[in-house]
Write a protein that binds this ligand. Structure first.
Ligand SMILES: NC(=O)c1ccc[n+]([C@@H]2O[C@H](COP(=O)([O-])OP(=O)(O)OC[C@H]3O[C@@H](n4cnc5c(N)ncnc54)[C@H](OP(=O)(O)O)[C@@H]3O)[C@@H](O)[C@H]2O)c1
Length: 309
C-alpha cells in the first residue's frame, strides 16, 4: 500500500529555504522536487557536484521558475561538513527553514573514514549530527524551523555499539553483508538517539525551542540504495533489483513520509517518527536518558563540537 501524499496545501505553504542532503537521486531528489514548487530556495547538498547539477536540471524542467542551488557536502568527512557551513556563513544567508538530512547508504566495505570512524556510522549518523549542530545559528532565525532526518525502520533493530563506532579500523564489525546491515541499523539508531536528545535540549532553550525535529522511514524503496549495497555477482544484483522494482516503492512514494515529517504543521514530541505517512514512536532506546545522553555526548566529542544554547 502506498503512503498518503502530502496535500498540496501543505506543500504550497512552504515558502522558505530548504537544504536537502543526498538530493541528486532517489528519495532526496523527490523531496527537493516537491519542495521546489513553492520554496524560496532549495539547496541540493551532495557529494558529487556533477550529479547534483544533473538533478538540478531535472527539477528545473518540472519547475522552471524554482530557485534550486547546488552545494558540495560529503557526510563521511567532518571537514566537508564544516566547509559547507563556512560557505553558508560567508554567503550571508542568515536563515534556513528546513534542514532535510536525507543522504545515506549501506556501506559494505570494512572502511574507516579519514576522521577515524566506521563508514556507515559517520556517513549516516555523525556527519548529519555535526551538520545539524552547526546549522542551528541559521535555523534559529526562521519562524518555524525544522530538522528532518530520513531514518529507517531498521533503527529499531540497531544495537548500542559505541566501541565499533568510535574505534578506527581495522575494526571488528563487518564480516559480511549481514554485519554491514547491522552496522547500517546501528548508524540509524544513533541518528535517532542524537536527534531525540537534540530535540530535548532545544526544547529547554528559550531561544531554540521553536526548532522542531522529526524523522521518517521512507519504506522499502526501489532506488540506487539497494544496488550499491550488494557485493555479490551481477546476476544476484539483477534479481534483487527485479524484486525491489516489483515490490518496493518508487522514490516519489518513498519521499511521502519524509515530506509529512518535514511539513506537518506541528510535530508531536512523543510521535516524531513518520512511517507510512503517519506519526509514530522512536526506537525504545531513545526513552532511556542515560543511553541517549551518553550517545549524544559521545558524538559531540567525536565531532569536537560544542552545543551552547
Ligand atoms: N531505499 C530504501 O529502501 C531505504 C529504506 C529505508 C531508509 N532509506 C534511507 O533513505 C535515504 C535515501 O535513500 P535512497 O533510497 O534515496 O538511496 P539512494 O538513491 O542511494 O540515494 C542516497 C543519496 O545519499 C547520498 N550519499 C550517500 N553517502 C553519502 C555521503 N557520504 N555524503 C553525501 N551524500 C551521500 C548519495 O550520493 P551519491 O549519489 O553521490 O552516492 C545519494 O544522493 C537514506 O538515508 C537511506 O538510508 C532508504
Amino acid at each position: 500500500m502506498s503512503p498518503a501524499r502530502v496535500p498540496d496545501e501543505l506543500l504550497l505553504a512552504f515558502r522558505g529555504t530548504a537544504i536537502v542532503t543526498g538530493a541528486n537521486v532517489g528519495v532526496g531528489e523527490q523531496i527537493a522536487l516537491a519542495l521546489a514548487g513553492s520554496a524560496q530556495r532549495v539547496v541540493l547538498a551532495c557529494r558529487s557536484l556533477d550529479k547534483a547539477e544533473a538533478a538540478r536540471h531535472r527539477i528545473l524542467t518540472v519547475h522552471p521558475r524554482a530557485c534550486v542551488e547546488v552545494e558540495a557536502l560529503d557526510l563521511s568527512a567532518l571537514d566537508s561538513v564544516r566547509a559547507f557551513v563556512k560557505r553558508w556563513r560567508e554567503r550571508g544567508d542568515s536563515r534556513v527553514d528546513l534542514l532535510c538530512c536525507n543522504a545515506g547508504a549501506i556501506l559494505v566495505e570494512k572502511a574507516c573514514t579519514e576522521d577515524g570512524f566506521e563508514l556507515n556510522y559517520q556517513a549516516n549518523a555523525l556527519g548529519h549530527f555535526l551538520l545539524s549542530i552547526l546549522m542551528l545559528p541559521f535555523l534559529v532565525n526562521a519562524p518555524s524551523p525544522r530538522i528532518t532526518y530520513t531514518s529507517s525502520g531498521v533503527a529499531f533493530s540497531g544495537v548500542l555499539d559505541p566501541q565499533s563506532a568510535e574505534t578506527p579500523g581495522p575494526w571488528s564489525g563487518l564480516t559480511g553483508i549481514r554485519d554491514a546491515y547491522q552496522a547500517y541499523s546501528n548508524s540509524k539508531l544513533y541518528q535517532c538517539l542524537s536527534a531525540e536528545e537534540l530535540r530535548r535540549r532545544l526544547a529547554r532553550s528559550p531561544r531554540h525551542r521553536h526548532i522542531s525535529i522529526s524523522l521518517a522511514h521512507p519504506g522499502f524503496v526501489y532506488s540506487q540504495f539497494t544496488q550499491r549495497a550488494l557485493p555479490v555477482p551481477q546476476c544476484v544484483v539483477a534479481l534483487v533489483n527485479t524484486v525491489t522494482w516489483m515490490f518496493g516503492r518508487s522514490p516519489e512514494q518513498g519521499s511521502r513520509s519524509v515530506l509529512w515529517a518535514a511539513l506537518s504543521p506541528s510535530i508531536d514530541p512523543a510521535r516524531p517518527f513518520y512511517a507510512d505517512s503517519r506519526p509514530s514512536t522512536l526506537p525504545p532506546f531513545c526513552e532511556d536518558d542515560r543511553i541517549r545522553v551518553d550517545a549524544f555526548e559521545m558524538m559531540l566529542r567525536e565531532c569536537r563540537a560544542e552545543l551552547a544554547l
